[in-house]
Design a protein around this ligand. Structure first.
Ligand code: FUB
Length: 326
């Protein structure tokens, strides 16, 4: 089943899809989203409503071409360490291999990040038997720099459990930060050459304000919540992310892929639904934001649809804010 891709319209209508990570592989756009299941179960701050179990991969030969569903590429039952909730994934290409990264809860109910491989960007993907040692929380995004070095970024508050790792160990009782504490940032880890493990343990990095001071936890319009994504434009590293409770996609920049990053502004105003999650990719000389909203399901937050729109940079490198329904 496929329809022609159109900006700001659902790219997929026969399934609910979210958290699109878009990449250009083999001259096409490949999209690696989550797959929202239709259910009427519990909805809470832990994200229990996101009971996803598998992944599909989609591709577009061009920006207005039909969207092709390559079918189920990985299912929970094929991953020995996973107990539930296969959330926002990403993919990368190196060593003539396609790597698919996905977060899920392990048998202890702790979010970890797994990896699966294929020789085809459309999968299917064969999972490694265990999660990546040292990985935790959700929303992995892998960025490969011009020198070939790869970095994984990840993290997400609340249901994503990031605040439970503040001591370096998982504390199931750890609660939210106080508003005047320095906000928790995402973590970054350089990947080993085999792309299956970390070359160095994950380190948290901060997002700074215009005066070089770390953003505070109470700064909900700007502080990191989830969905980190890094792209490079004119030699600068751009970290985009969701602010969660205030529902913005914002960005921060750095001259170092390991951070820290400085907050720069808003990319996407709130969409229909609680969550917002993005990726940014260059294709044929233009830049695109892939995102999701819940308009296809009439606003049911765990039945989302992936979309895309073009983004524009100003001369100074800032990104123009997108109003998704204007
Ligand atoms: O799709 C499940 C979770 O919702 C993702 O991991 C978050 O980024 C949010 O979109």
């Amino acid at each position: 089943m496929s329809k022609h891709a159109k900006q700001n319209e659902p790219l997929v209508t026969h399934l609910y899809t979210a958290d699109p990570s878009a990449h250009v592989f083999e001259d096409k756009i490949y999209i690696y989203p989550s797959h929202d299941l239709e259910h009427d179960g519990v909805s809470d701050d832990e994200g229990t409503q996101y009971t996803m179990e598998d992944y599909h991969v989609f591709s577009m030969d061009d920006i207005d071409a039909p969207v092709v569903d390559h079918g189920q590429v990985l299912h929970m039952k094929d991953v020995p360490w996973v107990s539930q909730q296969m959330w926002a994934p990403d993919a990368a290409f190196k060593n003539d291999t396609y790597y698919f990264y996905f977060p899920a809860k392990d048998k202890e109910g702790i979010f970890r990040i797994g990896v699966a491989t294929s020789d085809n960007p459309a999968g299917p993907f064969k999972p490694e038997p265990n999660y990546i040692p040292g990985s935790y929380s959700i929303d992995p995004a892998v960025f490969i720099d011009d020198d070939g070095k790869a970095y994984m970024y990840a993290g997400g508050l609340w249901g994503g459990q990031l605040e439970k790792w503040q001591t370096g160990k998982f504390d199931p009782d750890a609660g939210e930060q106080n508003p005047d504490e320095i906000a928790l940032g995402p973590w970054v880890a350089p990947m080993s050459d085999d792309m299956l493990t970390f070359a160095e343990p994950p380190v948290e990095f901060k997002i700074l304000d215009e005066n070089g001071k770390p953003l505070l936890a109470g700064d909900e319009d700007r502080r990191f919540f989830e969905a980190p994504w890094v792209h490079k434009y004119n030699g600068t590293y751009y970290l985009s992310y969701s602010t969660g409770s205030s529902h913005y996609i914002v960005y921060a920049t750095s001259d170092n892929p390991m951070g820290p990053f400085t907050y720069r502004g808003r990319i996407l105003e709130p969409v229909v639904g609680w969550t917002t999650h993005q990726s940014i990719v260059e294709f044929k000389g233009k830049w695109y934001l892939f995102y999701h909203d819940a308009s296809l399901s009439g606003g049911i937050d765990h039945r989302r649809s992936i979309k895309f729109t073009e983004i524009k940079y100003n001369e100074d490198g800032t990104i123009q804010t997108i109003h998704p329904y204007k």
